[in-house]
Design a protein around this ligand. Structure first.
Ligand code: MGP
Length: 236
């Protein structure tokens, strides 16, 4: 199965299930479920009322995507939606459940995007946008990659960019032999104030030194490029 590299039991997201979950919650508290499947609805339905854990809702629902590069297929066909989370508890259940990014093989990506936005340049909410790109040296995979990705995820779900958090679409980690990459995608490359604010906060949250420069690139430029170098619209 395509996603087996990323996870050991998460069922891939099934849109039809979305409607069914509510019904199941109401009528079947004891329905068997995968102990590893992070579903807020089930957690809410379980347990006697007095010990019901309090769940902490996220401001947005987020979808985790996985991409395993199979060159025999179209790029979009390699993209798979794993699951969605909308509480802090579900986020941690998911994070603990999937493989660390550093353990994925080259060519794989994880992407965490707001529900409803696909992690593609073509999605209408990304089309005019771009990304803050953190390019890592090969040796950073073992020392820093997982920590940087976790911090990126926490910036997203914690809505860390103040009023500009609404500009954030998601983030992608790309495992590559030539050097791994982490990027935060925003929706409007021309919205300079928001892009700069997000870049500055993000760089600080990652703990990057002042002399490390990260660049913001428009997806339109990345998609049109003929080599790996896309010009930076902004740097911090
Ligand atoms: P990549 O995975 O973003 O970077 O894009 P990688 O593998 O480091 O390669 P490099 O070109 O940056 O050095 C690899 C290729 O995947 C792209 O050249 C596209 O062919 C395809 N691709 C990546 N993305 C994010 C998209 C996308 O959003 N839409 C489409 N149509 N193709 C994409």
């Amino acid at each position: 199965m395509l996603v087996s590299e990323a996870e050991g039991g998460i069922q891939t997201w099934d849109k039809e299930k979305e409607g069914q979950e509510k019904e199941e919650e109401e009528e079947e508290e004891t329905a068997p479920s995968s102990p590893n499947l992070p579903l807020a609805g089930k957690a809410r339905a379980e347990g006697p009322a007095e010990v019901k854990p309090e769940l902490h809702p996220l401001q947005n629902r987020w979808a985790l995507w996985f991409l395993k590069n199979d060159r025999s297929r179209a790029w979009r066909d390699n993209l798979q939606l794993l699951t969605k989370v909308d509480t802090v508890e579900d986020f941690w259940a998911l994070y603990r459940h999937v493989k660390l990014a550093s353990k994925l093989s080259s060519g794989c990506d994880y992407a965490l995007f707001k529900d409803g936005i696909e992690p593609t340049w073509e999605d209408s909410r990304n089309r005019r946008g771009g990304r803050w790109l953190v390019s890592l040296a090969k040796q950073q995979r073992h020392s820093e990659l997982d920590q940087l990705w976790l911090e990126t995820l926490l910036c997203l779900i914690g809505e860390s960019f103040e009023e500009h958090s609404s500009e954030v679409c998601g983030a992608v980690i790309s495992i590559r032999a030539k050097g791994d990459k982490i990027a935060v995608w925003t929706r409007e490359a021309e919205n300079q104030a928001a892009v700069l604010h997000i870049g500055r906060v993000y760089k600080e949250r990652l703990g990057l030194s002042a002399k490390t420069v990260i660049g913001y690139q428009a997806h339109a430029d990345t998609a049109a490029k003929s080599n790996s170098l896309t010009k930076n619209k902004l740097v911090v």
